[in-house]
Structures are given as structure tokens and as C-alpha cells.
Design a protein around this ligand. Structure first.
Ligand code: NAD
Length: 502
């Protein structure tokens, strides 16, 4: 579908209709403010995870010529875009945020039909959070000025934060619009052009965003969308004229992107990767609070969250009580598994057959690695539903204790001392998030210092805020999203030295 002939209304926002819905799915590339066909013949196929039915088998995959066309358009747009005033960039981003909310129901549905995230929980939340991300970063357009340093030696030093040029974001399937917003937001706020490569599993809302970008009034080439699979992502990561790539995805893909960037033009790389996040529950915690966070931390998004609380460690004194309450709450949550379109559903299916088989594989092998406390089975005979599943008495080196499962499967073990639990929590290649549950603030701060992790929740876990850096240590990633830290990822400091001595 080509341009709908956007005309700007009195408020500067185009009055063109937003036509995308489940009977008219967006499947094309969005280049230079137009939805256009790919020059590539390869197509993506997606299914509805609630019943396995085919949703589409003709979604474009951007190939080399398409990527080049998008980069050409972005390069052409960049000189004028970087000179666009901060207030105008802010206005455009705020308009985009409003349009996202205005068309929130349609966008949420476009993701739900291939992700299965329930309408009642994550589906609408995702749209609101994405709109907030654009608003948050819109506020930064004129608040990241750089620095000056003393001229006592006769030289004034000015440091300007300059945009990189053409940047790219590659997103995963679990919250595709949120991750788009966390990348496009800081990229646009700092006057870069941005190319989005959405996930191949849940791409529709990301492709539809193109229409909103045009309606908001962004100049052609500033914000483009190239659907595709890993091959499209690899073309972006190895492109000689793309100056930055930001991935949210798996460790395997992160390694490949880092390598492609190094082998091409040494483009800047941000990686938001996986996790195996521990929740550490001390004897003196508020038990009910700890249970609530741990249940949400493994059942939210059907466990398909990078910072899922997938390793739960409970101190001996309250272990039995915790097990009882946690099991009960998990089994209660199981009752809300169902059709993501239904109001009462809190847990939907896993995203697809591949993920279903992968998670079921971990659950089956887990039976020989620990004691099954609850769950362990698929739910129903169609679609990709699984029970939230807890294993106890799992050895620290067992596969289910070490590897990211990315489903509603947690291991639950006891511990005696603070020293012991710090060592266990740190015994992981990942370092994304940890939750520490205690009413002793001194201990909470001490443990938060000792645990090697990008983020620590005290009396909470699996949570994030736009105003504070998000990201992990060790193999959980490189760089940060959110906060001022995200702006640093899309800019290069330029030092200008002024000789005042002559
Ligand atoms: P994935 O790595 O399979 O895919 C992510 C994206 O990378 C997709 O768009 C995919 O097409 C692209 N890609 C695949 N191969 C590529 C290549 N060779 N070069 C360039 N791009 C390539 O991840 P997924 O299965 O979509 O998402 C699940 C993973 O994402 C989990 O590991 C999860 O922990 C992680 N994740 C991390 C965060 C975070 O913020 N830290 C958030 C959500 C998900």
C-alpha cells in the first residue's frame, strides 16, 4: 500500500486514516515515508499462538537492495534533520506518542494476533509504555547539551554531543513496540535517522508505525521500518554506512552482531540480551510482598521476559512457608491461562511452536534435574500454552538453573547465609537483574553492592523505569537503554578547543 496522500490538519497532524487491522495487515517495508514492496522475493510466515492458525505468509523480508535504499534515504534526510530545531523534533515525537495512544487498540491487536499477550494485561500496557518512552525522550531534545571545561590555560574546551547519522534498532518478539520506542526515542531525540528491523515473529504493529510516523509529520527518511528475519538484521549490522546498531535479543544474536559490527565499519553497538535473574528472599522479608513479585516475575508475559525472576532462593527459616504460598499463588495464576482476547485472561500462550517445543523440552529434562513442585505440562491440545512450572532442589550446575528458558519456568532453592547466596546469585554468566527481599535496609544495600548485576530491586524484581538506566552486566549485554545513558549510546562527543591566547 502506497502513500495515502497525507494532508496536514490544523494541528499539523495528518488527517489520513489509519487503516491497519487484522483484516488489513501491514506487510511491506516503510522507506522514505511510503509503504513499499520489497525487491526481495523471500517472505515471512506467522501464526496465531492461541490456536496455531496461519495469520500471514507474505510479509516482506528486506534484502540487500532494500537496506541500501533505506540507508540512502536516511543519509539524504540526515543533514536537514540534524539542523531541525530541538523544539520541532520534540513536537514530532510528542505527536507520534499521541498517535500511538489514539490507535492503541488497533496496534495492540496487531501484536496480539501473533504474540498472544492478553488484552487485559500486557497488550494495552505495551502501547502506553511505548508512548511514554517517546514523550520521555522528546523531553531530552534540548537537555543534552554537552560540557565546557575551564579556560584557565588559555584554551576553552567545548564538548558537543553530536548525532551519529544513520542508526538501526533490531527488536525481539516479546514487547516489540516497547523495544522500538527505547531505541527510536533516544536516536531521534539526538537527531539521528533511525531504521527499525522488527522481529520476524510479531512484526505487524512495528510495520504499521510507518503510517503514524508519516501522520506525525516526520520528514521522509528519518524513521524507516525494514521487516525481515536475521538475514535483514545481519545486513544492517554489517552495513558500511550505518553508524550504530542496537539489539534487544538473544546472546547468540548479540555475539553475531558484535562480530559483524567489528568486521565492517566498527559501528557502535548496544546489546540488551538475556538473563537468569535471581530473587533472593531473606527470613525477615514481607512474605506476601515477596511472593507477589516472584509470581509476577515469572508469569508476566508468560515468562517471556529478559528479566524474569527465574531463580528463586529462599532462606531456610521461611522456606516452607514461602513454598506453600508461592505454589498456591502460581496455581491460582494458572487458572487465568486462556484466550488472549478474553477479559479474564492474565496468561496467554508462548509465542510460537518453536518456543513451545523449547520450553517443553526444558520442562521435560527438568524432571531429572529437580523435584517438580507444580506445573510441568502443556495446557490444552491446540495453541502453545504451558503451565507455569516450578522445580525445587535443583543443583546449581543443572541446565534449568543455568540457561535462560524464556518461559514460565523457575527453580526454587533454599540457602543459609548471606555469603552463600551472594556466591550463588553471582554464579551465572548473566547479570541483568536481581531482587533482594528483606526489611533490613543495611543488608539490602550490602547485598545490592556485592551482586554483579546491572539492576537490583529491593523488595521488588523484574521492573524497569524510563528515567533510570536499563541493562545488564556480563553476558546480559553492553551499554544501557533508558535515562540519559540511552542518549550517550546514540551520540559521539566532539571536543572543540578554542585558542584564546592570541
Ligand atoms: P533473537 O536474538 O532470536 O532475535 C532478536 C532480533 O535479532 C530479531 O529481530 C532477529 O531477526 C534478529 N536477528 C537474528 N539473527 C540475527 C543476526 N545474525 N544479525 C542481526 N540480527 C539478527 O531474540 P528473540 O528470540 O526475538 O528474543 C528473545 C531474546 O531476547 C531472549 O534471549 C531475551 O532475554 C532477549 N531479550 C532481552 C531484553 C533486554 O532488554 N535485555 C528484553 C527482551 C528480550
Amino acid at each position: 500500500m502506497g502513500s495515502l496522500g497525507a494532508s496536514n490538519g490544523a494541528n499539523g497532524v495528518s488527517e489520513e486514516p489509519f487503516l491497519w487491522d487484522r483484516s488489513n495487515l501491514p506487510k511491506q517495508l516503510f522507506i522514505n515515508n511510503e509503504h513499499v514492496d520489497s525487491k526481495n522475493t523471500k517472505k515471512l510466515k506467522v501464526h496465531n499462538p492461541k490456536d496455531g492458525s496461519l495469520v500471514a505468509d507474505d510479509i516482506a523480508v528486506a534484502g540487500e537492495d532494500d537496506v541500501d535504499a533505506a540507508v540512502d534515504a536516511a543519509e539524504a534526510a540526515f543533514p536537514a534533520w540534524r539542523k531541525t530545531s530541538a523544539s520541532q523534533r520534540r513536537r514530532l515525537m510528542l505527536k507520534l506518542a499521541d498517535l500511538l495512544e489514539e490507535h492503541g487498540d488497533a496496534l495492540a491487536e496487531l501484536t496480539r494476533i501473533t504474540l498472544g499477550n492478553p488484552a487485559a494485561s500486557m497488550s494495552i500496557f505495551e502501547i502506553k509504555y511505548t508512548a511514554e518512552a517517546f514523550r520521555y525522550f522528546a523531553g531530552w531534545t534540548d537537555k543534552f547539551p554537552g560540557e565546557t571545561y575551564p579556560q584557565d590555560d588559555g584554551f576553552l574546551k567545548i564538548v558537543r554531543n553530536e548525532p551519529l547519522g544513520v542508526t538501526a534498532g533490531i527488536t525481539p518478539w516479546n514487547c516489540p513496540l516497547i523495544f522500538m520506542g527505547l531505541k527510536a526515542g533516544p536516536a531521534l531525540a539526538t537527531a539521528n535517522c533511525f531504521i527499525l528491523k522488527p522481529t520476524e515473529k510479531t512484526p505487524f504493529a512495528s510495520i504499521a508505525i510507518g503510517t503514524l510516523v508519516r501522520m506525525a509529520g516526520f520528514p521522509p527518511g528519518v524513521f524507516q521500518v525494514l521487516p525481515g528475519d536475521g538475514s535483514t538484521g545481519a545486513l544492517l549490522a554489517s552495513h558500511m554506512r550505518i553508524r550504530k546498531v542496537s539489539l534487544t535479543g538473544s546472546l547468540t544474536t548479540g555475539r553475531k552482531i558484535q562480530e559483524l559490527a567489528a568486521r565492517s565499519n566498527l559501528k557502535r553497538v548496544t546489546l540488551e540480551l538475556g538473563g537468569k535473574s535471581p530473587a533472593v528472599i531473606f527470613d525477615d522479608c514481607n512474605l506476601e510482598n515477596a511472593i507477589t513479585w516472584c509470581v509476577n516475575g515469572i508469569c508476566g508475559m508468560t515468562g517471556q521476559m529478559c528479566y524474569a525472576a527465574s531463580r528463586v532462593y529462599v532462606q531456610e527459616g521461611i522456606y516452607d512457608k514461602f513454598v506453600e504460598g508461592y505454589k498456591k499463588a502460581i496455581e491460582e495464576r494458572s487458572k487465568s491461562i486462556g484466550d488472549p482476547e478474553e477479559k479474564g485472561t492474565m496468561m496467554g500462550p508462548l509465542v510460537d511452536k518453536i518456543q513451545h517445543e523449547r520450553v517443553m523440552g526444558f520442562m521435560d529434562r527438568g524432571l531429572s534435574q529437580g523435584t517438580l513442585l507444580t506445573g510441568g505440562s502443556r495446557v490444552g491440545d491446540k495453541g502453545f500454552f504451558v503451565q507455569p512450572t516450578i522445580f525445587t532442589n535443583v543443583a546449581e550446575d543443572a541446565e534449568i538453573c543455568k540457561e535462560e528458558i524464556f518461559g514460565p519456568v523457575a527453580v526454587l532453592n533454599s540457602f543459609k547465609t548471606e555469603e552463600e547466596i551472594i556466591a550463588k546469585a553471582n554464579d551465572s554468566n548473566f547479570g541483568l537483574m536481581v531482587g533482594v527481599f528483606t526489611q533490613d535496609i543495611t543488608r539490602a544495600i550490602r547485598v545490592s553492592t556485592e551482586i554483579d548485576s546491572g539492576m537490583v530491586g529491593i523488595n521488588c524484581v523484574s521492573i524497569t523505569f524510563l528515567v533510570a538506566p536499563f541493562g545488564g552486566s556480563k553476558e546480559s549485554g553492553m551499554g544501557r537503554e533508558n535515562a540519559i545513558n540511552a542518549l550517550r549510546m546514540y551520540t559521539e562527543p566532539k571536543t572543540v578547543m578554542v585558542n584564546l591566547t592570541y
